[in-house]
Design a protein. Structure first.
Length: 142
């Protein structure tokens, strides 16, 4: 395999795969009104509670601008709320009761896609993929 061939571009192929997977999750989550980009935000907030926006962005592996854009519809639907932090420049984000209910409603849809992908890919291969992606991210951020 020639690593310098454009068709072997890591960025292109990861983005292509990400688009296909995102479309699959979006379609499955459609009845809940959530998008694939919103589900991890709600799940993370449910797990860690009220958190500064910068800390949430870091935990999700995204920049603060992207997080702010993804939070807008969640704020509009009152699924999350923001409050002022100890420092007036800091904003904290938390999931609301309504957000928890929506997350609970979305979980079976998410689990169905998750299971479908893992089983169709093959559980050992899927586990290797997840580990490989974690390693790739860690290597890039070191």
């Amino acid at each position: 395999m020639d690593l310098t061939e454009p068709k072997n571009c890591t960025c292109f192929n990861l983005r292509r795969a990400a688009r296909a997977v995102t479309q699959l999750y979006d379609e499955a989550l459609k009845p809940t009104g959530l998008r694939a980009t919103q589900m991890p935000i709600l799940a993370m907030l449910d797990a860690i509670g009220s958190v500064p926006m910068t800390q949430l962005a870091n935990a999700l592996g995204m920049d603060r601008t992207t997080l702010t854009r993804n939070l807008r519809p969640l704020l509009a639907q009152k699924l999350v709320a923001t409050t002022e932090g100890a420092d007036k420049r800091q904003r904290r984000v938390e999931i609301t009761a309504q957000g928890r209910r929506r997350l609970t409603d979305a979980e079976p849809h998410w689990r169905a896609v998750q299971t479908r992908l893992a089983e169709s890919f093959g559980i050992p291969e899927w586990q290797n993929l997840m580990g490989g992606l974690d390693n790739l991210v860690a290597e890039i951020h070191d």
